[in-house]
Design a protein around this ligand. Structure first.
Ligand SMILES: NC(=O)c1ccc[n+]([C@@H]2O[C@H](COP(=O)([O-])OP(=O)(O)OC[C@H]3O[C@@H](n4cnc5c(N)ncnc54)[C@H](O)[C@@H]3O)[C@@H](O)[C@H]2O)c1
Length: 328
């Protein structure tokens, strides 16, 4: 059951919740989030803040310890801004429990949101396990950025209950949830996830299952083109990002955004688009492939197009991209 909330404790969506929606959402007692990395911690944060009991599951206990610290710090920021009370923060944190054993984490789950590493073989394996371990009524949602929902669903005995619930990074801040209907997804599952997203304070948009859906079909070629421009020496890191920020009013340049998303994630999404459409225009830039293979993954590894020092907010271009020929 969604726990009783006080208005100042929980930030709800703008939409009024009617009786039907309330009845639908009250069936969702336990939410299990698989994966506690960049996205998993944010997804746990918003569910816990909205009153759900959250089971966080990861194969890596250290990742979950780090995720709990991140959630606490992000909630501290909300407290400082008076958008969350200290009491509500403590209540939200107390609703999150951690598991390294999937069977334990999902045995009572009403909905699972999978946010593990973006890798098709891994997701298929996880969904096969979830299908065996979760109660029959449980909805199996994935936060995948690009992998086919229909394909993931086809490896389960409940493809009607498999759906894309694509949160954006950083989850507590970004309003959008892109809901992706697999070919076999049941309409009532789509309705439930739509209502749930609204309840979490998000704005859901429903799309169909084609490579990259809408968000990454449009965003990733933009990022890849910025990387190709850098690779060809058309301009430097700062110039490319400044042009897109000041010229196109993007809040963040595409190279900084790629670092923020994770270059490994960008690379695997480009590969999905390339394979899915069979069109050369989606081929990932060689520079992107090289950086991923060398372990320069952006913010999460400490260096990508920029260099990141813990505790510093200064944006410093990586030494590898300094003093190139485009600087006069
Ligand atoms: N990073 C973004 O900006 C972004 C945005 C939207 C969607 N996504 C999607 O969200 C998902 C997660 O991305 P991320 O950036 O949080 O990745 P991440 O690398 O930060 O975290 C992945 C986590 O999954 C865990 N994991 C790996 N195998 C597992 C398993 N078998 N069981 C449980 N946990 C497992 C890892 O230990 C790690 O903690 C991906 O599908 C990605 O495409 C990412």
């Amino acid at each position: 059951m969604i726990q009783q909330q006080t208005v100042d404790a929980v930030k709800l969506g703008d939409a009024a919740i009617d009786e039907n929606t309330k009845a639908m959402l009250e069936k969702l007692k336990i939410v299990t989030v698989i994966g506690s990395g960049t996205m998993g911690n944010g997804i746990c944060h918003v569910f816990a803040q909205s009153g759900f009991n959250v089971h966080m599951m990861d194969i890596n206990q250290a990742a979950m310890d780090k995720a709990l610290v991140t959630i606490g710090k992000n909630m501290d920021r909300q407290v400082a801004k008076n958008t969350l009370t200290e009491e509500a923060k403590q209540q939200a944190l107390s609703r999150i429990s951690t598991y390294t054993d999937m069977a334990q984490a999902v045995k009572d789950a009403d909905i699972v949101v999978e946010a593990a590493t973006e890798n098709i073989d891994l997701k298929i394996k996880i969904f096969q396990q979830l299908d065996q371990l979760c109660p029959e009524h449980c909805i199996l949602a994935t936060n995948t950025s690009s992998i086919s929902i229909t394909r993931i669903g086809s490896y389960t005995k409940r493809p009607g209950k498999v759906i894309g619930m694509h949160f954006m990074n950083p989850v507590p801040v970004m309003k959008l949830v892109e809901i992706i209907n697999g070919y076999a997804t049941d309409a009532d599952v789509t309705n439930t996830v739509h209502a749930l997203s609204t309840y979490l304070g998000k704005v859901p948009c429903i799309v169909n299952d084609y490579p990259g859906f809408i968000s990454n079909r449009i965003l990733m070629p933009l990022i890849n083109e910025a990387i190709l421009s850098l690779q060809e020496g058309v301009a430097g890191v700062e110039e490319i990002d400044t042009i897109m920020k000041l010229g196109m009013a993007h809040p963040m340049g595409p190279l900084q955004l790629a670092d923020f998303i994770g270059l490994d994630t960008c690379y695997s999404i480009m590969n999905v688009l390339h394979m899915g459409f069979g069109n050369q225009k989606y081929a990932p830039a060689t520079l992107l492939a090289n950086m991923v293979q060398a372990g320069f993954l952006g913010v999460k590894s400490g260096e990508g197009f920029y260099k990141y020092t813990p505790g510093s907010k200064e944006l410093v271009v990586s030494d590898r991209f300094k003093n190139k020929g485009w600087k006069i």
